[in-house]
Write a protein that binds this ligand. Structure first.
Ligand code: UDP
Ligand code: MG
Length: 302
């Protein structure tokens, strides 16, 4: 049985060798390959991958022509992997290789996908933990898929599951959601996330927001329905208000009416803008899919 390890790496020059040493010790008795996907790093990440690839035949590297993002790097790694089981994990050591034997253990028990759940997020502050918890509650409320809070992109998949995953051609990929949507026999292993080995988080606030937004809009049409409900509500409210205005007009008690007019304009204007925004969001997704561009370009291999 061959094990493929897929590791998206963005500006992780000092972590590559550290992580590989750990993996090497843990998997020394196994047939395995380590695929580092350099997601357009601006530091020496790919040079370092090349170095360890020259010394270890288990190591392969691909490097993107630019930064395409963590989720796309995962896709590229899974595409390259040819193991019977594939494990994806972060390059920064926050997904401890010590957990790999337990993932393999669950695989032996017959699970096609072994997900993981973080027990505590080493160096992430209380704010990140709390917002992540709240976020998954929100996603589960809004969408038809179920994602465990504190789940991470550290998981094992069998060849069957990987081949199924690769059939999904969606562009704005939210791997966690897609995995949940896929089905198959799945289970969860818990682990304690240590702090990053070196460097700082590569998920900037902007990347995190995009990621969160992708999770919701890829799996739910409820925001679209929300604009419909808001529209109906505005219409009802507007109707009732018009009757009231008509009555006081007939009774000859019309007031200057500036305030009420402003209220209606503001309310309707707000709802219209909101609805347009939501429609625009889905339209942009259709646009993105319709262009049908490749997910990524590979610049180099080793
Ligand atoms: N990553 C990536 N491309 C990006 C951002 C991150 O490949 O644009 C990788 C990163 O190198 C790491 C993993 O995704 O291996 C998770 O990122 P990070 O550890 O920075 O996120 P955090 O643990 O802070 O959520
Ligand atoms: Mg990390």
């Amino acid at each position: 049985m061959k094990i493929s390890i897929v590791i998206p790496s963005f500006n992780e020059e000092d972590n590559i060798a550290l992580l590989f040493e750990k993996i090497k010790t843990i998997l020394q008795k196994e047939d395995y390959e380590c695929i580092f996907v350099d997601d357009g790093s601006r530091d020496a990440t790919f040079e370092n991958i090349r170095k360890i690839a020259a010394e270890n035949k288990q190591v392969k590297g691909i490097s993107f022509s630019r930064n395409f993002g963590h989720q796309t790097a995962l896709l590229a790694g899974l595409t390259e992997a040819d193991g019977d089981v594939v494990i994806m994990m972060d390059a920064d050591g926050q997904h401890p290789p010590e957990v790999i034997p337990e993932l393999l253990n669950q695989y032996q028990k017959g699970f096609e996908i072994v997900n993981t759940r973080r027990l505590s997020t080493g160096d992430a502050g209380a704010a990140k933990n709390l917002s992540s918890k709240g976020y998954y509650k929100f996603v589960n409320l809004l969408t038809d898929i179920k994602i465990e809070p504190a789940s991470s992109d550290f998981r094992l998949m069998t060849r069957k599951a990987v081949d199924a995953f690769l059939q999904i051609d969606e562009k704005d990929r939210f791997t966690r959601g897609l995995i949940s949507w896929m089905g198959f026999k799945q289970t969860i292993v818990e682990f304690t996330a240590p702090p990053r080995m070196t460097g700082v988080s590569k998920y900037t606030f902007k990347k995190m927001l995009t990621f969160a937004w992708d999770g919701i809009t890829s799996f739910s049409s409820k925001p679209l329905k929300f604009s419909l409900y808001a529209g109906i509500f505005a219409l009802l409210f507007g109707g009732i208000y018009s009757i009231y205005i008509l009555i006081i007009f007939i009774m000859g008690k019309t007031i200057p009416g500036w305030a009420s007019m402003m209220l209606v304009i503001l309310l309707l204007g707000g709802i219209q803008l909101l609805s347009l925004g939501i429609i625009g969001e889905y339209l942009s997704r259709i646009f993105n899919e319709a262009k049908n561009r490749p997910h990524y370009f590979i610049q180099d291999r080793c």
